[in-house]
Design a protein around this ligand. Structure first.
Ligand code: 13P
Length: 251
């Protein structure tokens, strides 16, 4: 059975002390009430060493939201995959739509980051998703197929086994608009079918595919009930303890 995961993407929110306190409270909650899903907190870089200390490994894990495309050296302002790993983090998000659009990260760069992160020992939460105009013109499946083909599908089967895919329709991120459970299921099944053709039946069955985009306590259970939706990547609602815990419990 593939893993269920709910990951919080804090984005650029919370200062250090606030973030550590918040992570500790999430950890305390799931220690008392173990969840069926793996819980991952994807925090800003500066929180990672501290968060990794305050969470009980195995119950709540942590990850970065991006990493450099180069392993080390003269790249002012960058943070390497090895540095992230050295904090105790196990995951890194690659290819979030905010990285793709605001920082112009293309499929080739994202592929490089993904391979580098995996070679460092991190697991990758690889994001894909179409913008509103692509959904409206009916090209959403093709857009996501190309993102996966160019960003992921040159990975070896072993590398690919370290990947979680997050489908995040860009029009649903932070907008209050959510994909319907049927829209999410259609895309998740399509992704799983592509993976089946590329990496085989077992890899497709074992792949965890998360939904992200205005996921909240009121819609999580219905989205997660779909057979190819294995959890969520949560933005805004991951900053509120009650909402985040309720979403995890919707699994
Ligand atoms: P929201 O849940 O705020 O829509 O953000 C989703 C997201 O971008 C998670 O990576």
């Amino acid at each position: 059975m593939r893993k269920k995961i709910v990951a919080g993407n804090w984005k650029m929110n919370m200062e250090l002390a606030e973030g550590l306190k918040f992570a500790e409270s999430i950890d305390t909650y799931f220690k008392a009430k173990p969840s069926k899903a793996e819980v991952i907190l994807c925090t800003p870089f500066i929180h990672l060493p501290g968060v990794s200390q305050v969470v009980s490994k195995g119950k709540v894990m942590c990850g970065g939201q991006n990493c450099a495309s180069e392993p080390a050296g003269a790249f002012t302002g960058e943070v390497s995959a090895a540095m992230i790993k050295s904090t105790g983090a196990q995951f890194v998000i690659i290819g979030h739509s905010e990285r793709r659009s605001y920082y112009h990260e293309d499929d080739a760069i994202l592929n490089k980051k993904t391979k580098l992160a995996i070679s460092t020992g991190l697991k990758v939460i690889f994001c894909c998703g179409e913008v509103r105009q692509e959904r409206e013109s009916g090209s959403h499946l093709n857009v996501v197929r190309k993102q996966l083909e160019d960003g992921l599908f040159n990975l070896s089967p072993d590398e690919f086994s370290k990947v979680v895919i997050a489908y995040e329709p860009v029009w649903a991120i932070g907008t209050g608009l959510t994909a319907t459970p049927e829209q999410a299921q259609e895309m998740h099944k399509y992704i799983r079918d592509l993976v089946k053709v590329r990496y085989g039946k077992d890899a497709a069955e074992n792949l965890t595919i998360l939904y992200g985009g205005s996921c909240k306590p009121s819609n999580a259970a219905e989205i997660f009930s779909k057979p190819d939706v294995d959890g969520g990547l949560i933005g805004g609602a991951s900053l509120k303890k009650e909402d985040f815990c309720a979403i995890v419990e919707a699994i």
